[in-house]
Design a protein around this ligand. Sequence first.
Ligand SMILES: Nc1ccn([C@@H]2O[C@H](COP(=O)(O)OP(=O)(O)OP(=O)(O)O)[C@@H](O)[C@H]2O)c(=O)n1
Ligand SMILES: [Mg+2]
Length: 400
Amino acid sequence: MLAEPFQKAKPVVEKIKAHGYNVYFVGGCVRDFLLHRPIGDIDIATSAKPIELQNLFSSVIPVGIEHGTVIIRHQNESYEVTTFRVDGTYTDQRHPDDVTYVDSIDKDLERRDFTINALAMDLKGNIIDLFAGRSDLDNHVIRTVGNGEERFREDPLRIIRALRFSSQLGFTIHPDTIEHIRKVRHEMKGLAVERITREFTKLFAGDYVQHGLTYVNDLEIYKYLPVFEQHHSLIYRIPKNIKPLPFFHEVLVLFHFLDRTIPLLTWVKSWKCSNKQKNAAMNLTKQLEELQANDLTPWLVYQLPRALYNSFIRLTNCLYSKKNITIEQLLQIEQTLPITSRSDIKLSGQDIIDLFPAFKQGPWIQQLLNKLERKVVAGQLPNDYYKLKEWIKWNPPAIN
Ligand SMILES: Nc1ccn([C@@H]2O[C@H](COP(=O)(O)OP(=O)(O)OP(=O)(O)O)[C@@H](O)[C@H]2O)c(=O)n1
Ligand SMILES: [Mg+2]
């Protein structure tokens, strides 16, 4: 009996097979299945050509059709289906200039990066293992398929992939593969930043992140990473006891705290991160600064969106391990907050204007509201219309 994600994909594979093509599960899903790890995306390899797949299925997205890859949608899942191929030469280090389709899975497995990823599985659960990938899985070894120098030259991103697998799986990189990395690493210069960021997101999220980062250090991979390439010593400031950071906005904050003279925005832009990641990283940075200045205050918790609580905890553990802040602490403070947002304040901007009819409207209104908000959150003022009004009367804005 196949594991659940494979069961779900079974009708797709069966249909391809029923039309006389060879078809296998391949790559990371087979590796993770054999390791009893949670299975991510299901990738499928087949002798059917993209056009033949388009004829077979009603919902086919031609994502990388020129490289023989399409996405088949089936019951709200996406399956990347790639036609068996051997790659031509790579000039852009990303996509082969030309691909040649082949009939058997053997040649297709030969072009793949690591032995542990060059495994295929048929519908009955039989494993095809031409490069001793299973024994490398058992021995916790990352090793290239065939000539490592060639594999890395075809796509130098594979160097970072080797490190990210070591971080995810805790595996050791084979000494020959290490040598090949040393020979080819300068070719990482041409890599698209987005691809580097995608692999590093997984590297920092890995259960064995310390292990992965040791390779980043020892193999001097930082010399080819955005920002680090100009500031090599930053890499040594990453705390040695770092724990997994599952989101890249956390990594951005960590990077920024390595040297605060390098603005957060420099990291965001250099690593080509999204606005969403930027906003989360900015908020976390602000609250970490508040923590440093005033400790864990109600104001801090009030400003921190709940969706970032866990990120905040992980970062405090990483950067200020002595503070030892827990999620329970945050939730407890959250419960005592008198308001959850500015709109909860019982006195509005209009009320303030009405209190000082002679004053010209201006930024002073916002400033006063800010002050009220802080005082209410800190418990220094009750959130009561009359009390707030009274306080303002005794503490009028400095306007003339
Ligand atoms: N530069 C690359 C990228 C991918 N692959 C092959 O394509 C498969 C799928 O790639 P990808 O989904 O990026 O990696 P996975 O190994 O599946 O890892 P993950 O679980 O993170 O998806 C890999 O297993 C590997 O066989 C490769 O040979 N060279
Ligand atoms: Mg995958």
